[in-house]
Design a protein. Structure first.
Length: 100
């Protein structure tokens, strides 16, 4: 996932999590808006607890952003659609890690 040619947004969620269910439509909308620019991946923490532990996820929803295999940012909890859009646009515009 982290070695994608596109920036990656990993959505760590659980089906029983109310805030996760609230966040899902916003992420689906943004996935359409950023199609071809960002790869969106959903990670069910109940099915992949080792992956959640590897990324230090202790609460859901958690969004982990990466570009060029490098961790960029992490957000825990709900965020307004406009703020998510801004963060994702910033992720797309970041200079590749190898050029820093």
């Amino acid at each position: 996932m982290l070695h994608s040619e596109l920036p990656v947004v990993m959505d760590f969620y659980a089906p029983w999590c109310g805030p996760c269910r609230v966040l899902t439509p916003a992420l689906e909308r943004l996935a359409v808006e950023f199609a071809g620019q960002i790869k969106f991946v959903k990670v069910n923490v109940d099915h992949f607890p080792e992956l959640a532990a590897e990324f230090g996820v202790t609460g859901v929803p958690t969004l982990v952003l990466a570009k060029d295999g490098v961790f960029v940012d992490e957000f825990v909890g709900l965020m307004p659609l406009a703020l998510l859009r801004h963060k994702f646009q910033h992720l797309v515009e970041l200079v590749p890690a190898v050029e820093r």
